[in-house]
Design a protein around this ligand. Structure first.
Ligand code: T4K
Length: 400
């Protein structure tokens, strides 16, 4: 790549085709076809079909959890879980997350109370939570951000002392273990997302894991309009069911997740090894005693040490056709529907605001070619080397 002119400085893009942030892992189409044929022949497409039942059993085994209810997506799963656990009033949560975490609180008529994050783990700062508890607080909703487990011992001890529930947004944490325990066994319940962009996908989908059989039954009522039998509707449920084709894809994809994690670990370590000495670049601190899933590849860019900020690196990489993402920016506490909340004040959330302004997620997926990954790495180094010229372009001082 020597002597190459960066695209942002007027050169040709490094990639002719877009290099995506992620690509969904798909089952072999020839393996899937007989299952689709069987579904077509049976004409049983949804409503707790045979594939769904098999999928849920397999999920319980894989995730090592007592109960696992599947849904059409993770957002509705989380929303119904909060209703099932009777959350109300105020809930303490992190602003450094995908919008869905906070939106489901809104849809449940619950006030989100934002808590700052630990700037190293990027998860909710457990040392601040107690100062945010009021008589209206009913729960804590932490997020295992990018699959990194929260400090669950501390969270569980706070919740138990104050009589609060813990509903975990584990959307990113499929397959993770923490302190020898599968991650879906912490708190009152955990939500995993099976969206196309996740390490394990059913195209769209999600699940709730819990140990409470009553909660599990309640969720199954809620996801199916509250219908218990032909003659009994127990309450105002909704439609949040997963269909048979999603379940069949899930069964096949489940066979490949462990391999995916191994493959991504190699890519993750390659990124870390190559970028660790770049001034101002750091990585999320993964909690000790974690069996991690390497679902995402976030880097943090500290402009005071690197001399170039995240937005400039983002623009330079997008110009090369690399679809890096600024997860999670904008910070959820700064978006219009939540920014007037008292807990959304920027001075109360200094670390979350700082990280939202400096994080960049790099391409990470099973079949990301090693050659392409090396090109991405070399490009980042070239961007840092050309930072003065890029800063001039980005700040509008100079035009090409
Ligand atoms: N909680 C958290 C912490 C979450 O991160 C999420 C979802 C949820 C809750 C809610 O769970 P779900 O209801 O979604 O099950 C994506 C996903 O739509 C979203 O599921 C995910 N988090 C979030 C982090 O990322 P976008 O708007 O950034 O996705 P998009 O379409 O820009 O795609 C990202 C990259 O993936 C692109 O490079 C293109 C590539 N891609 C995407 C899709 C959909 C593909 O190659 N194929 C595809 O089919 O939100």
């Amino acid at each position: 790549m020597k002597n190459r002119i960066l695209a942002i400085l007027g050169g040709a893009p490094l990639f002719q085709e877009k290099l995506y942030l992620t690509r969904p892992a798909l089952p072999d189409i020839d393996k899937l076809t007989p299952h689709i044929r069987r579904i077509f022949e049976s004409r049983w497409l949804t409503n707790n079909g045979a594939y769904l039942q098999e999928f849920e059993k397999k999920l319980e085994d894989f995730l090592q959890v007592p109960h696992c209810a599947t849904f059409c997506n993770g957002t509705l799963a989380l929303q119904l879980c909060m209703q099932g656990l009777r959350l109300s009033g105020e809930v303490i949560t992190t602003p450094f997350t995908f919008a869905a975490t906070t939106h489901v609180l809104h849809w449940n008529n619950i006030t989100p109370v934002f808590c700052d994050i630990d700037p190293c783990t990027l998860n909710i700062d457990v040392n601040i939570i107690e100062s945010l508890i009021t008589p209206k607080t009913t729960a804590i909703v932490p997020v295992h951000v990018f699959g990194n487990p929260c400090d669950m011992e501390k969270l569980e001890s706070i919740a138990s002392y104050h009589g609060l529930k813990i509903v975990i947004d584990a959307a990113h944490a499929f397959g993770v273990k923490y302190k020898g325990k599968a991650i879906g066994n912490y708190g009152n319940a955990s939500m995993f997302s099976f969206h196309a962009t996740k390490i394990f996908n059913t195209m769209e989908g999600g699940c709730i894991t819990c140990s409470d059989i009553t909660l599990d039954r309640r969720l199954r009522d809620y996801m199916n309009f509250g219908i218990r039998s032909e003659d009994e509707i127990i309450g105002p449920g909704i439609n949040a069911k997963m269909n048979e084709i999603q379940a069949a894809i899930g069964i096949l994809n489940l066979e490949n997740v462990s391999k995916s994690i191994e493959i991504r670990k190699i890519k993750y370590e390659r990124y870390v090894e190559a970028l660790k000495d770049l001034p101002g670049v750091s990585f999320q601190d993964i909690m000790d005693a974690t069996e991690y899933n390497y679902a995402y590849m976030p880097i943090i860019i500290d402009e005071s040490k690197s001399g170039i900020n995240r937005n400039a690196v983002y623009s330079a990489m997008r110009a090369e056709n690399i679809l890096v993402r600024k997860y999670f920016s904008p910070l959820i506490s700064n978006i219009s529907c939540y920014k007037s909340l008292p807990s959304a004040r920027m001075d109360l959330l200094p670390h979350a605001n700082e990280i939202a302004g400096s994080v960049l997620c790099l391409p990470m997926y099973d079949d990301l070619p090693a050659d392409d990954q090396m090109k991405v790495i070399d490009l980042i180094k070239s961007i840092f080397a050309d930072k003065h010229k890029i800063n001039e372009i980005v700040s509008g001082i100079k035009q090409i």
